[in-house]
Structure formats: C-alpha cells, structure tokens
Design a protein around this ligand. Structure first.
Ligand code: NAD
Length: 543
C-alpha cells in the first residue's frame, strides 16, 4: 500500500489493441509455443480460500471440447465445509480490504491488466483455446483484450463514480462515502467468456467488497490462470476466494448465509431465476438486501430492410452466427430478410459457410472449434433434428462427436416466424431465417419485438435513414445493445457497454459505472462546522 498523499492521477485508459496472429508474427510464434507446452501439462487445480490451497480429494476432470482424449486439468470440488470456510475468509478480509485507499485497490487490477497484456497473455489465450475451444482470434478478443479492458476501464469508472459528490452550503461540508458492500459477494461465472470470469469477481472487489467466486466447470483452466494473474498482481488473501464445485452445493450454502451482500451472475436465465427465487425465500435471513445482478440469455436478431447492403448483411450473419460456434450470448440467431434481397443474401451466406473450416483450434486455419460439452452437443443436435422435420435446412445440419463436440454451422429457413428455432435460445452455430414480404416491413418489426422473451442484442441493416428510424422506434425495448449496419456481436468495453433487459438480465452493463454502482453502499456524511447553540428561530422574536 502506498503512503503517498495527493490526488493521484490514473494512468491513461485505452482499449487494448487486438493482435493479429498472422503468419510470421511474434505473437503467433509465442502462442503456438504456449499451446504446445500447455498441452503437455495437466494442472491439479485446488480451491483457494483465504490464500490457502485446499485439496478436497473430490476430483473432477476437464477435457478439451475439440479433443475428448485431452484432459486439460483436474480440479478439486468444494464441499459444504469449504464453502463455509470461504465465507469466513471473505468476511475476515473485508474490513481490511475496504480500508485500503481505493487507488491502492485499483493498483492491483491495473497491474493485473499489465501482466495480462504482456507476460501472461499467451498463457491465458492458450488456456481459453484448449479449455473452451476458442480460435486464436476469439481467445485474443476475450481472454486478452476484453479482460484487460475490464480491469483498466473499471478503475477509470470507479474514479468517476467516487468523484460524484454532493454540493455543500456555507458552513457545511457534505460528502458521499462509497462503502464497499458489508458482507460478501457471490460471483458465478459462465463458460463462454474468460473475460466475464475475470470481471464478475473483480468488479465488486475493486469497490471494496470481498468475494466467493464459483467459476464454470467447463472454463476451469482459464479461471485458474486468471486467478494466478490476480495473485501475481498482489491481490491479498481472502479478497477473492476461488470455490469451484457442484453449482447447487456451493449455491445452497452461499445463498443461505446472512452476510450475502450481492450476487454477480452471468449465465442462463433459468439458473438466474432459480437463484433469485432462493434469495427471495431466504429474505428474512439476510443482514442487508443482497444486490442481485445477472446478465442472462439471449435470442439475438438481425433484420435487413430492402435498402440494406446484401453483402454486408451476409458477412454479419456468418460472423455473428458462427464465430465461437454461436456460443456468445450476443450471437445472431434469428434473421429477417426481405424477399427482394433473399436470393442474394442466401447465396453469399452459403458460399461463405462452405469456406468455413472447423476442427482443433490449434490449427489456425480453422474458423470454428467445438461446442463446449456433451450437454450442449445434445441440446443443439435436438434442435437440428427438429429443424430437419419442421423447417428447411439450407446448409450444414450435421453434428459429430467422435473426436470432439463438433456441430456444423447451420442455416435454417422457416415460413413461420414463431417457429421454435426463431424463439428459443439454442446457444450453438444454428441460424434461422424468416423471409418477409418487402411490403410488410412495419409488421415484421412488430414480430421481431414480440417473438422472444429476451432482449439482449439486435441489429438493423438499411441504407434508408427512415428505415433505421423505424427500427429504432419499434425495437427500442427489444435489445439492450442495438447495432445499425453492424453485426450484433463484438461489444467493446468502454465503447458499447453490454447488457440486455426483459429475460436477458438486470441490464447493469458490465464494465461500466452503472455496474460498479451496484457494488457500493453510499453513506452520506454532513458535517456542520459551527453548530447552533440556541434552539429558537428569529421568527419567534417579539415584534
Ligand atoms: P449456465 O447458466 O449453465 O451456468 C452459468 C454458471 O451458473 C456456471 O458457473 C454454473 O456452474 C452455474 N450454475 C449452474 N446451475 C446452477 C444452479 N442451480 N445454481 C447456481 N449456479 C448454477 O450458463 P453457461 O452455459 O455457463 O453460459 C451460457 C449462458 O450464459 C447462455 O444462456 C448465455 O446467453 C448466457 N450469457 C449471457 C451473457 C450476458 O451478458 N447476457 C454473457 C455470457 C453468457
């Protein structure tokens, strides 16, 4: 901790530049070397509670989605007593951590960002590729750039939040004290973004809270390496307690604890709903009302107007629909195209799909890897079977699980805009298209708005300004992140704060001041310099 006195200026904040990994670049050579080395490693991942490594002996295996035979790590699962110990550790660390000057807490995360940008970049990218089956580029924009951005920008946003102070009148000094939450925060993270894994526990910690972090089992390798970076950056013991395990076992303990101060969740809507319900039924037990922040599912749309550029729309379908195997919460999943553009859009899309290579992400020529696990493979295969019987498959449709969980990029067409594949979150490389009459533009916008319970991302493609304006009005509540002539994926921290409404979550915009505001409990302080010494007021004086 620094003992410096002064109003400290933060280092400049900028988005981390994306490296290309093109042939001949040094980053490509470094990443390939790390991939080769890490393929031969199989870390045994412990729990980390109060800085201590705990090995419970209840061990699970993690395998590479694209290579069943490759065990990437073994990991110890938490028992109820471990969860209780983690809560005690978080509580014990809280007062001290909250009393650090905020700039000193910030320094930990700024250092973590710098370590990730330099010495640890190839390692976290390689872990994300091997463990979650991301290509080099998909790993780079997630595990490296987005997480670096979260750690750097959150510091800037915290500083902006802390600067919001009340006005004072003569003789009085009013202040806002942005306290970290009293108790502990439960961070539950999904498999699909290493950056979300790193952001959910650290955002409340930056604001002075202490955390129990339950990572997704299928992202355990990258979560473990993320924790190593935070430790190397000087995160004190007990501030973030790493508690992987059976989700229900861990959650039952945590959500029943009186000192639960908040939940920072990203994952499916059903799981978030069940956690909210549990919190509701436990409400009488808590010392404070827990802050409940959850970013959840999506059924993201892209609609083209007749004035759209068909080439741009087709590229958007391929990139937003199939990158990372359609496993981004923002992935394009339902598409609306006017009849006049359809043949062109279809032919261009299918031509690009034929060009897509899928396989082991260590082969950099591949555009796609495998879907995350058996459960996902079976769920997506079920949707493909349904489409074979009830819609038209224009390209793809195959799924193979001999070496890994591979699902072909698939384009489905349906005449029914309420068809199951137009409404439900599939979370795989399956894009369903509805072709509408050009004259039914306004009706189709209404359908887009009403089709799904979610409201995460969406896009409109149009060259006519009036059409863009129509979409803005009709779809205002249909997406928390709305794109005009751009694909509906690829939000960048600081540029497009991310989150949706309706069944897509509480829309607290990860990586923004709005999110950080949830992890503080403001205390208003009024100091009167010269207090009154007479209870009477002048109006009471005699005439
Ligand atoms: P998931 O809901 O299966 O799991 C998320 C986390 O919750 C994991 O850590 C998991 O172990 C835990 N969990 C599972 N069951 C639980 C229970 N009963 N109680 C408590 N915790 C439980 O989601 P996933 O498959 O990891 O991720 C995909 C989902 O996440 C998709 O629905 C996607 O749309 C969503 N997502 C949303 C955003 C967003 O910003 N809106 C971002 C990424 C992912």
């Amino acid at each position: 901790m620094s003992h410096a006195t002064g109003i400290r200026r933060l280092p400049p904040t900028h988005n981390e530049p994306i490296r290309s990994y093109a042939p001949g670049t040094s980053e490509r050579a470094e990443l390939k070397a790390r991939l080769n080395a890490m393929e031969g490693e199989c870390p045994e991942i412990p729990l980390v509670i109060g800085g201590k490594h705990i090995r419970t002996g209840d061990i699970a295996k993690a395998t590479s989605p694209h290579k069943h035979a490759h065990v990437t790590a073994t990991w110890h699962k938490a028992r109820t007593q471990d969860v209780q110990a983690a809560i005690v550790a978080a509580r014990d660390a809280q007062r001290d951590w909250a009393s650090w000057r905020w700039e000193d807490r910030a320094g930990v995360f700024l250092k973590a960002a710098e370590l990730l940008a330099t010495t640890h970049r190839a390692t976290l990218n390689a872990a994300t590729m091997l463990g979650q089956s991301k290509t080099a580029y998909q790993a780079e924009i997630d595990a490296a750039c987005e997480l670096i951005d979260f750690w750097r920008f959150n510091v800037q946003f915290a500083s902006e939040l802390y600067s919001e102070q009340p006005i004072s009148s003569v003789g009085v000094w009013n202040q806002t004290d942005y306290r970290g939450l009293e108790g502990f925060v439960y961070a539950v993270t999904p498999f699909n973004f290493t950056a979300i894994g790193g952001n959910l526990p650290t955002a409340p910690a930056l604001m002075g809270g202490t955390v129990i972090w339950k990572p997704a089992a299928s992202a355990i390798l990258s979560a473990w390496h993320t924790l190593q970076i935070l430790e190397a950056a000087g995160l004190p013991p007990g501030v973030i307690n790493f508690v992987p395990g059976d989700a229900v076992t861990v959650s039952n303990e945590v959500l029943a604890h009186p000192e639960l101060a908040g939940v920072h969740f990203t994952g499916s809507t059903a799981v978030f709903n069940s956690m909210w319900q549990t919190i509701g039924s436990n409400i009488g037990r808590y010392k404070s009302y827990p802050r409940i922040v959850g970013e959840t599912g999506g059924k993201d749309f892209m609609i083209a107007h007749a004035s759209a550029d068909p080439a741009a729309f087709a590229v958007a379908i391929v990139r937003a629909g199939f990158e990372y195997q359609g496993q981004k919460c923002s992935a394009a999943s339902r598409i609306y195209v006017p009849k006049s553009l359809w043949n062109d859009v279809r032919d261009r899309t299918i031509a690009m799909m034929k060009d897509i290579r899928m396989g082991d992400v260590k082969d950099f020529r591949n555009f796609m890897g495998a879907v995350i696990d058996k459960k996902a493979f079976e769920r997506i295969s079920g949707y493909l079977d349904h489409a074979k019987k009830n819609a038209k498959i224009l390209a793809g449709g195959g799924a193979k699980n001999d070496t890994g969980w591979f699902v072909e990029p698939t384009l489905v067409q349906t005449d029914n805009p309420s068809y199951r594949l137009m409404c439900e979150e599939i979370f795989g490389p399956v894009v369903t298209v509805h072709v509408y009459d050009d004259a039914k533009w306004h009706e189709t916008l209404k359908i887009v708005d009403a089709t799904s319970p979610y409201a995460l991302t969406g896009a409109v493609f149009a060259r006519e300004k009036q059409a863009v304006a129509d979409a803005h009005i009709a779809l205002r509540n249909a997406a928390g992140n709305f794109y005009v002539n751009d694909k509906c994926t690829g939000a960048v921290v600081g540029q497009q704060p991310f989150g949706g409404a309706r069944a897509s979550g509480t829309n607290d915009k990860a990586g923004s001041k709005l999110n950080l505001a949830r992890w503080v409990s403001a205390r208003t302080v009024k100091e009167t310099f010269v207090p009154a010494t007479d209870h009477r007021y002048p109006f009471m004086d005699a005439e």
